[in-house]
Each structure stands twice: as C-alpha cells, then as structure tokens.
Design a protein. Structure first.
Length: 347
C-alpha cells in the first residue's frame, strides 16, 4: 500500500484527481472514436457456442486481475493471470494524468471488488453479467451499475482503449479462430457425450462464451443465471485441445443439477447425513471432459493430467476412485447409478 492513508481516503483522493483532470482538460493519450458496433460476437460456424469479445467485460476483468496482482494475492502468480504483472509495469510508460486515472480505477477495484470471488459472490456475478450485457457500447448510460463504478470505468476506458484493448481484442479473436476448427470437428460428438455421461441435456441454444484477455486465476469459469462462461484468451494452458476440453468442461457446471441431485440421493441411501466428498462433483467433471476429449481428439492429454491437478490433495484419492468406478461407467460396463454408488462407497 502507498503512504499511510487508509484505502478509502486514498480512493477518494484518486477519484477527485481524476475528476479534476477530466474537468480541466489535462491531456490524455488520444484514442480513436469508438462507434457502437453491431455486435461483439465473433463469427464462427459453431451452433454450440456463441463467442463474444466485448470491451466492458474485458476492462472489468483486467482491472480485477491487475488489482489482485497489486495486492499480491497468492493466486496472482498462476499462469492464467501472471501476465497482469507485466501490464502493471506498463503504467510507468503512461503520462501522469493517465496513470492517475488508471491507479484510481485499481484503487476502486482493490477496495470494492478484487477481494471478492468472481464465481461465488452473487454481487460480483450480477455486476459481471451487466458488463456482459453492455457488450462494447460506447457509454455506460442506463447500465444499472453502481454510479461510483460507472465513473471509474468511464474514466479508465480511454486509457484501456489506447493501451491494452487493441492487443486484447486481437488475442480474443485469434483464440476463437484457432479453436473453431476443433469445435467443428469434435464439438457435436463431445456435446452429446459429456451431457449423456452426466445424465443431462446440452442446451438447445448456443452457450455464451465471453472471451477476455483474463478471466480468473483458473483461466475459465462459469456462472448462472444466466449460464455464461468467461475464458482467458491469453492463458497458455487453454490452447489447442486443452481449450477444446475446457469448452466442454465449463458448461457442465451449469448443467450439473440433475447430476448433483443423483449424487445426493445415493449419499442419503448409503447413510443418513453422509456428506459428499469434497470436490467430488468437480473431479467427475474434470475426469469426464478430459477422458471424452482424449477419446475424440488424437494426442489429447486431459487438462487435469497435463497440469498436475491429480497430484494434489484431495484430487489424488478422487482420481483413484474415478479410475476404479467412473471409468467403467464411461466404458459402458456399469450403469450411472451403480457408478455413483461405488464412488460414494469408496469414501
């Protein structure tokens, strides 16, 4: 933290400085006027996914991730977000007025949003959903966002458009262009198989994916309602078939209610008050998406294998149980209910 001022006082001073800079006409880096686009959708041939590369939700995630990097949170060194530190280093190359504006925005996120979870905090989810609805609108009028947040974003937008957004937008579209042929080739098979494995149905409408330079520490996450995935285009762990697997992993978090209910029924049947093992449902999603992508796409190494997830606790014991009791189900050797019963009995 800078100086001895409290976070709230420092934030107030930053915002005041930004306001004065804007009112007094302090020069800022020039950005070309941005016309309202017809859509932020990146056109593909896919009927399974609708990919968006939108300005406001990208800005929101950049500020969130940079604020956490400045706070030196443990997850800020993860591969999915570590490049935010390089972005912060670029602040020294901005002029004084720009730097004050951007640091004021980081102060706001640090004090109001960056300590909250993008997936599980309902207030942040609601804010992020509104950002998605804004697409790449030229202004935040009638957005329904908190007024202080609107002021912060409006002030930071000019700097983001001039410094980072062109590169981030290019990365987003490049990621979609690279993944589209894989979705064309394997998507229909994977959608059918992962949904069938979890005894659910793939959505009839295309699943929305907001492609951003950054998502969260994991590189991708899904929230509901409405069902929506955010995925990081700059994450080195989400290229090629690894990115393909994650496209079919993440929606399962929005489709898993019948599956979770079945797990709970089996737990109840095995003993009153029996709890589900920690991370079991997520482990089943990892295992299912990874194994089915491996079977569909030649030379694919499942994400959890490639990135050592199964080497951590409690994941190591979970994988042993899945190898023994879930893999036979995916192979068609036992029923869904029998697989769940065996899994829960293993714990």
């Amino acid at each position: 933290m800078k100086g001895n001022l409290s976070g709230s006082l420092r934030l107030l001073m930053r915002l005041t400085a930004v306001t004065l800079a804007l009112l007094c006409g302090i020069p800022m880096v020039q950005a070309q006027p941005v016309a309202r686009p017809a859509s932020s959708i990146v056109q593909t041939t896919s009927k399974l996914f609708e990919f968006h590369s939108a300005f406001w939700i990208n800005l929101h995630h950049v500020l969130y991730v940079q604020a956490r990097a400045r706070m030196q949170t443990p997850d800020s060194t993860r591969p999915s977000v570590v490049k935010a530190r390089d972005d912060l280093a670029m602040l020294h190359h901005l002029d004084a007025a720009q730097r004050r504006v951007w640091e004021a925005a980081l102060d706001y996120y640090e004090s109001q949003l960056a300590s909250l979870d993008l997936v599980f905090d309902t207030s942040v989810v609601a804010t992020t959903n509104k950002m998605a609805e804004l697409e790449s609108s030229p202004a935040l009028e009638s957005s329904g966002l908190d007024l202080a947040l609107v002021q912060v974003l409006d002030a930071a937008a000019t700097t983001y458009r001039a410094v980072w957004w062109p590169r981030h937008a290019e990365a987003n579209r490049a990621w979609v262009a690279a993944i589209d042929p894989l979705v064309q080739k394997y998507g229909d098979t994977l959608a059918q198989q992962v949904a069938q494995a979890l005894q659910t149905a793939w959505p009839t409408q295309a699943f929305r994916v907001d492609v951003c330079a950054y998502a969260n520490w994991a590189g991708a996450y899904t929230t509901t309602p409405p069902p929506r995935m955010t995925l990081a285009s700059t994450d080195p762990l989400l290229t090629g078939s690894q990115g393909l697997e994650m496209l079919f992993h993440e929606p399962l978090h929005a489709l898993d209610k019948p599956f979770i209910a079945a797990l709970r029924r089996q737990a109840t049947a095995q003993g009153q008050g029996k709890r589900l093992p920690r991370q079991l449902s997520h482990a089943i999603i990892f295992y299912t998406a990874g194994e089915l992508t491996r079977r569909a796409a030649p030379n694919h190494v499942p994400y959890a294998v490639a990135n050592g997830i199964w080497n951590r606790e409690p994941w190591t014991e979970l994988r042993k149980a899945l190898d023994a009791h879930w893999l036979p189900y995916l192979d068609g050797q036992i029923t869904f209910d029998e697989a769940l019963n065996r899994l829960l009995s293993a714990f």
